[in-house]
Structure formats: structure tokens, C-alpha cells
Design a protein around this ligand. Structure first.
Ligand SMILES: Nc1nc2c(ncn2[C@@H]2O[C@H](COP(=O)(O)OP(=O)(O)OP(=O)(O)O)[C@@H](O)[C@H]2O)c(=O)[nH]1
Ligand SMILES: [Mg+2]
Length: 396
């Protein structure tokens, strides 16, 4: 599938450009608000659209004329001869005739290595199933995607593995919802956006907060504050404080819900306040309830919640995580550690069925560079082909 992003002053403008360049068969994969490139501060819209390549590339791989070996024997003729001998062997018993042995040896020498064992015909649907299984897609989703694949793969062309992958990527991308930047647009003065990062232990909440804070401070020159609710774990306070000091960003440590509102008021000079929470391995998230009540009831700030998950979690674990953090009512997902696993298909059920759009993707341990805005086409490509670092992701 061909995937491309189009920038416009508004949605209509971007869609006009999509239609002009890709035509009316284009499929919109995602849209997000964004600053217009070259015009800092000017609001714009970026639409990512794809065009399923349902015929031209396959024509490229059509086989050429049959090759000949050095002795001028056509391979197709040798194939036919070998089939006859194989049939004779079947009928008369294996290796039953010296003549057959002799003929086989003669064919081997004539072919000079050109003759390959007969290949079963390439079955695109079977190949799609193998690709999905190897990429870690759970059984039920594999069946659904294969069904859609079957419907779209009726074209009478020679399929190759890469064409199978393109069509699968197209089908997967259709199902993925991305959030765009959580921090786009101007904030009303004195009314910060407070964003809580929740998620299981060790998934990368604190690291993601540091990456996002650095991105906002260094690239967008926006005042940011950090709040740490994670006083449970030894070292957690220190970890966020060190990042805060490095970036020159104020950090408030809050151990009791009654102090949370005061801490946010303390940071009111910030446009964005990122709130780190403790990831406990055991049990539910009850200890977060009183903090959530304070964050939800604040009248002088806006509030969003983000669920951070790791791509290294199995799909069953991811659905348990979603269940466990349902009280947080996540509005967006951050998926970390895509660099740490070769099978990203296990993310598919969460990303495709939870109805929570993905906002950011963590691609490594480095702060601030290893993060990018979630992009449906890129996520689909990684799920099918595996992740690779290509540096072309967008950060803001
Ligand atoms: N490879 C890789 N490692 C990451 C990524 N994000 C975070 N990490 C690493 O994961 C480990 C845990 O990260 P933290 O940010 O401390 O995770 P946390 O969710 O805050 O952990 P708790 O506070 O203990 O719940 C650290 O070693 C990070 O460097 C990522 O995208 N890729
Ligand atoms: Mg942490």
C-alpha cells in the first residue's frame, strides 16, 4: 500500500489534496491537528491516506522467459521428464530400475544446479495466515483478518510475499485509531492541561513523561510542570526529579490526595502538567481513586488520562491491563518498547478493539529522542514486518 501524509489549513483543504493526488480510491488512515510546517503557531491539519496497490506492483514480479542451461536443455522439458520418472518410480517401486537411476543422474548433471525441486503453487491466503501467526496476532483476529484478506485477494495475478504483506498492512491500518498530539493547540492562559500517565509497573511511564516533557520544553518552548504521585517505590521520586532538574522543569512530589490540588496550583505557570503514578504489580488501582477524584474535579485545569502499555506484554496481559485500569478511563494509549520485541501483532486486539486511540510510541530508552507520534500506517507496517528504526517518525 502506498501511504502518504497531506497537510492543509483545515480538514477540507487536506482532503482536497488527498483526492487530487491519490484519487477517490484513497483511504483515510488517520488525521490530526498540527502546526503548519514553515509557519510556527499556525494551526493546520495533517491527513494520512493510503492507496491500496491492487494491481501494478504485482505485474513487476511476473516471471520472464524460461532460462536455458549451458547444454541447451530447457528446464521446463527437464521438469516434465523428471515428473515422468517420478511417476514411474511410484508405479514400479522406489529405485526399481537401473535405467531410472541413470536417467535421474543424467538430468542432475544436465541441469547443473538450475533445476530446483518442484515448488507448490504460491497461495496468498496461506501466506497471509503464516505471516499473521509469525507476527503474534491472536487466533481470533487472525481469522477475521484472513476473511477480509480472502475477499480482497481474488485478483488473478501472481502474488508474492511482499504483496501479501502490503495487503495485510492495509487491512490492519484500517482498524487502528490514532490520537494525534495530545498537546496541540494554544492553552488558555492560567489553565493548564493536566495529563495523568497510568499503567503497570515498569512499562516506561516515567521515561515517557521525561521524553514528552523534553519535547515540549526544548522543541516547543512551552512551560511544563511535573507531579510525582509515585512515592511508593524507593528511587521513583529521585528518578523524576533528576529528569526535572536536567530540563529545568519544576517537580512536585505528592503523597496524599489532599495535597494534589495545592501542588497543581503551585505549577500554574505551566501550560502542561504531566503526572507520574506508581505502577504496582499487585491487585487493582484503588489507591489511585482519591487522586483521580481530585484531578477530575479541578475547575482551574483541564484533565486527560493516558494508559501506558509495553509492546512486550502478551495480548492477554494487555487486555487484563485495560480491565485493571478501566477506572482511569484512559483517553489515549502510549505503547512503549516496540524496539524490544519482534512480534508486535499481540498489540492488535488492544489497538484495534479498545476504541482508545494511540497517541505515542516509545522506540527505545533514550530520552528525549526515542518517542514518536503514533501513525496508523507505520504501526500496521511494524505489526506485519517487524519494527525497524528508520528515523522518519514525527515527534510532536
Ligand atoms: N527499550 C525500551 N526501553 C524503555 C522504553 N521506555 C522505557 N524503557 C525502559 O524501561 C525501564 C522502566 O522504565 P520506567 O520509565 O522507569 O517505567 P515506569 O513505568 O515508570 O516504572 P514504575 O514506575 O516502576 O512503574 C527503564 O529501563 C527504561 O529505560 C522504550 O520505549 N524502549
Ligand atoms: Mg515510574
Amino acid at each position: 500500500m502506498m501511504i502518504k501524509s497531506f497537510e492543509g489549513v483545515d480538514m477540507n483543504d487536506a482532503l482536497r489534496k488527498v483526492k487530487k493526488e491519490l484519487g477517490s480510491d484513497a483511504v483515510i488512515l488517520s488525521s490530526r491537528k498540527s502546526e503548519r510546517s514553515g509557519t510556527p503557531g499556525a494551526p493546520g491539519v495533517v491527513v494520512t491516506a493510503g492507496l491500496p496497490q491492487l494491481d501494478p506492483p504485482w505485474a513487476r514480479d511476473l516471471p520472464g522467459p524460461p532460462e536455458e542451461n549451458p547444454e541447451g536443455v530447457r528446464l521446463s522439458e527437464m521438469d516434465a521428464l523428471r515428473d515422468v520418472i517420478a511417476r514411474m518410480e511410484r508405479e514400479w517401486g522406489p529405485g526399481s530400475s537401473r535405467e531410472i537411476q541413470g536417467l535421474l543422474a543424467r538430468i542432475g548433471s544436465l541441469s547443473g544446479g538450475f533445476l530446483s525441486p518442484p515448488q507448490p503453487p504460491f497461495d496468498p491466503v496461506e501466506e497471509a495466515g503464516k505471516t499473521l501467526a509469525a507476527s503474534g496476532f491472536p487466533e481470533e483476529d487472525r481469522q477475521d483478518l484472513m476473511e477480509a484478506f480472502r475477499l480482497l485477494s481474488f485478483q488473478p495475478v501472481d502474488w508474492s510475499s511482499s504483496q501479501v504483506q502490503s495487503l495485510l498492512q492495509f487491512l490492519v491500518a484500517q482498524k487502528l485509531d490514532v490520537a494525534g498530539s495530545l498537546f496541540s493547540g494554544e492553552r488558555p492562559a492560567g489553565r493548564p492541561l493536566v495529563v495523568l500517565f497510568a499503567g503497570p509497573t515498569g512499562v516506561g511511564k516515567t521515561t515517557t513523561i521525561a521524553k514528552i516533557a523534553a519535547m515540549l520544553v526544548a522543541r516547543q518552548r512551552r512551560p511544563v510542570g511535573l507531579v510525582n504521585l509515585d512515592t511508593y517505590r524507593i528511587g521513583a521520586v529521585e528518578q523524576l526529579r533528576i529528569y526535572g532538574d536536567l530540563m529545568g522543569v519544576p517537580v512536585e512530589v505528592v503523597s496524599s490526595p489532599s495535597r494534589l490540588s495545592g501542588a497543581i496550583t503551585h505549577l500554574r505557570g505551566s501550560e502542561v502538567i504531566l503526572v507520574d503514578s506508581a505502577g504496582r504489580s499487585e491487585g487493582g488501582t484503588d489507591e489511585m481513586d482519591p487522586f483521580l477524584s481530585v484531578l477530575r474535579s479541578g475547575s482551574s485545569w483541564d484533565f486527560k488520562t493516558v494508559l501506558v502499555v509495553s509492546a512486550t506484554q502478551k495480548s492477554d496481559d494487555l487486555s487484563r491491563t485495560l480491565q485493571r485500569f478501566s477506572k482511569v478511563r484512559p483517553e489515549a494509549l502510549v505503547v512503549t518498547k516496540v524496539d524490544e520485541t519482534g512480534t508486535l501483532g499481540s498489540l492488535y486486539p488492544l489497538l484495534a478493539h479498545s476504541r482508545i486511540p494511540t497517541a505515542y510510541v516509545g522506540t527505545g530508552q533514550k530520552v528525549p529522542e526515542d518517542i514518536e507520534l503514533a501513525h496508523g500506517g507505520r504501526l500496521a507496517q511494524w505489526m506485519i514486518e517487524g519494527w525497524s528504526r528508520d528515523g522518519s517518525g514525527v515527534r510532536t
